[in-house]
Ligand binder design. Structure first.
Ligand code: SAH
Length: 235
């Protein structure tokens, strides 16, 4: 066990429990205030809870993975914090309290409908990418001792289907939450995360899997599925 590298498990559990309770309380108040925030907020809240439910079992299953290569440097920590802030904290806080009401905007109803419809491919792809990665999933950039290269399922034609899913969620969020701070900010936050992290992640995978990763990269797209014979290695 890499116990020395991790904080006391009881403390971690208590902190996680506290976060879950706070998040659920904010979700409940957000649901209660839906008429102020518009029906798009209900869709966003439902999807937010669904993503938590999809991810929770994988977070539990990968908790004890022995890390072989950890690339969680300062930039990775900042990017993850940016995502945590713009995809969870700011929208929940706003929907529950109206704190960012001054930064609201109006959208035609069809835009909110597009945001709602996008939740279907988002949730499906988010679920399938977790299911296909299984124990190879991690929030931050790391390789564990028994890591295997997944090239099947939604990974058969796309190298980053989970990021494709998060792109869909990021585009949908400002369509559902009509607010520059609580809705829109996630787009620049995820763009930064995506464009900085993907080259680092691919370098890490290449360092571990060598030629097998090169061959895999040549026949797949980054966030769009790649069809054809894969001789042209463009992403
Ligand atoms: N970028 C992928 C995975 C995101 S989770 C996607 O968007 O679907 C991030 C972790 O997944 C990375 O730290 C890496 O360890 C792992 N990973 C990424 N691609 C993988 C693959 N094809 N097989 C196994 N693990 C992978």
């Amino acid at each position: 066990m890499a116990a020395s590298a991790k904080p006391n498990p009881l403390t971690t559990r208590l902190i996680s429990l506290l976060i879950v309770v706070i998040v659920l309380a904010l979700v409940a108040v957000g649901l209660w205030r839906w008429q102020v925030n518009g029906w798009g907020s209900l869709v966003w809240l439902a999807s937010f809870v669904a993503t938590g439910l999809i991810r929770a079992p994988y977070a539990r299953r990968t908790r004890n993975n022995e890390i072989a290569d950890d690339r969680k440097d300062l930039s990775e920590r900042l990017l993850l914090s940016g995502m945590f802030l713009t995809m969870m904290v700011l929208p929940l806080l706003h929907l529950a309290t109206g704190v960012f009401d001054f930064a609201g905007y109006a959208l035609p109803i069809w835009a909110t409908i597009v945001g709602a419809v996008l939740q279907l491919p988002f949730l499906w792809l988010f679920w399938r990418s977790h299911a296909d990665l299984g124990r190879n999933w991690s929030v931050s950039l790391e390789i564990h001792e028994e890591h295997s290269l997944v090239t099947e399922g939604v990974y058969a034609r796309t190298r980053h289907p989970m990021y494709s899913a998060i792109w869909l969620a990021a585009i949908a969020q400002p369509l559902l939450i009509h607010n520059w701070i609580a809705g829109f900010l996630v787009i620049p936050a995820f763009a930064a995360m995506y464009f900085i992290r993907v080259p680092q992640e691919e370098a890490m995978m290449r360092a571990r899997f060598g030629e097998a990763y090169d061959r895999y990269a040549a026949r797949t797209g980054r966030v769009w599925p790649r069809f054809g014979d894969g001789r042209d290695a463009a992403a």
